[in-house]
Design a binder for this molecule. Structure first.
Ligand code: GLA
Length: 386
């Protein structure tokens, strides 16, 4: 059976008359813990999952960027590479266009190209599909631009690609995201979670092997969708900045003890308290994982959900229902994952209870809910030629 990269290579040939020069794959992620902390210079602990985005590309010498997606058959978006500017491309193609724009804006050689993408990641499910798309396309176009010879040819490293992909999303598409999703896509490794300090960029890879502990990580997609760029994410970010300003600190990372938040107006205090307590929970979970104690992380995951629900107010009713149903059916812990306002819930469960928990969440949410069992998978890599 042909692999996903072979399928995309064949489709690319059908579209453009020749195989691509190369294909990169970037994974989606589940954030184990550390939500809404990245843009506060905080700590996050995501892991890559087995689903992701493939981007195929070949160079063109007429300066045109031609973009196609297997999920949008028949749709062709083409624009001159030197006409790219924020607002010039909307819809799904804004992400690959933003990737080309970010590379060129940072001084990398990025001319015309044919780009075709394919994905098995659900969109808007809180699994960072847009970051995976941008990371796959930046990786691909960067490799293309570096494939020739010549003086001064330089290729961006993985963390630099993550920054460029973030710029594509934040500066071109207009979603003011942090760096977690892109770093997860680029830096994660199989069997590991990524402990990332978003203030310094320092990271380490922490062992995460649920099967070895007879545990399962179940992702319940609640089916509720929310367009991130519509302002609530930006509003939370602004609230955190306002709290930091009132406290006289550069970012909320500077506050280690919730007692230090006294005096803030109630709503800002609750937002900031989530960030401060969430950073502490990330440290605790990372320590437990390093000690091989995944089963003991459950309560911290649930505490994260409660904090996101009550203090940060980014949860949504179906997520709260799913978390409650999971815990009643024997889960060790459960929390919403991603930005919130829609998407998925992560459940940590004894494997023997996983089926009953899935049934309980399904009964509580109805037909809209879908399920994935996830394992920590590899980060971005060239997928073709193999
Ligand atoms: C989205 C953003 C990330 C991060 C999360 C919340 O996924 O892209 O940068 O802020 O929300 O933790």
């Amino acid at each position: 059976m042909a692999g996903a990269a072979d399928v995309l290579a064949a489709w690319f040939r059908d579209c453009y008359g020749a195989h691509p020069e190369l294909i990169w794959r970037a994974p989606g992620r589940v954030n184990l813990i550390g939500e809404h902390t990245d843009y506060n210079d905080g700590l996050v602990l995501p892991f890559a999952i087995g689903r992701g985005v493939l981007a195929a590309a070949s160079a063109r010498d007429d300066g045109v960027l031609d973009m196609r997606s297997r999920q949008m058959p028949g749709e062709v978006v083409a624009i001159g590479a030197d006409e790219l500017e924020p607002g010039s491309v909307s819809g799904w193609a804004g992400y690959p266009a933003g990737a080309a724009w970010a590379l060129a804006s940072a001084g990398y050689r990025a001319g015309g190209a044919n780009v075709a993408v394919d994905s098995d990641l659900p969109i808007g499910a809180g699994l960072a599909s847009s970051a995976a798309l941008c990371c796959a396309v930046v990786s691909c176009l960067a490799a293309l631009s570096g494939s020739g010879s010549g003086p001064g040819r330089r290729l961006p490293g993985l963390a630099r690609i993550a920054e460029l992909a973030r710029s594509a999303e934040a500066d071109f598409v207009g979603m003011p995201c942090g760096i977690m999703d892109q770093d997860a896509a680029m830096l994660c490794k199989q069997g590991r979670a990524l402990l990332l300090d978003c203030q310094t960029g320092d990271f380490s890879l922490v062992p995460l092997d649920p099967a070895a502990a007879d545990l399962s990580m179940l992702v319940a997609d609640t089916g509720v969708r929310h367009a991130l760029a519509d302002g609530q994410y930006a509003a939370r970010r602004a609230e955190c900045q306002a709290a930091a300003r009132l406290l006289g600190v550069r970012s909320l990372r500077a506050v280690r003890d919730p007692a230090g938040l006294a005096g803030l107006p109630d709503e800002l205090l609750r937002r900031a308290r989530h960030v401060v307590t969430e950073n502490a929970r990330v440290v605790q979970v990372a320590e437990l994982l390093s000690a091989g104690r995944l089963a003991d992380c459950g309560e911290l995951l649930t505490a994260s959900h409660v904090s996101l629900r009550d203090d940060f107010e980014v949860s949504w009713p179906a997520a709260d229902t799913a978390v409650d149903a999971a815990l009643s059916a024997g889960a060790l812990g459960a929390r919403m994952t991603g930005a919130g306002f829609g998407g998925s819930v992560l459940v940590l469960a004894p494997t023997e209870r996983a089926g009953a928990i899935e049934a309980a969440i399904g009964a509580a949410l109805g037909a809209a809910a879908t399920f994935l069992v996830v394992q920590p998978g590899p980060g971005a890599h060239q997928a073709w030629p193999a």
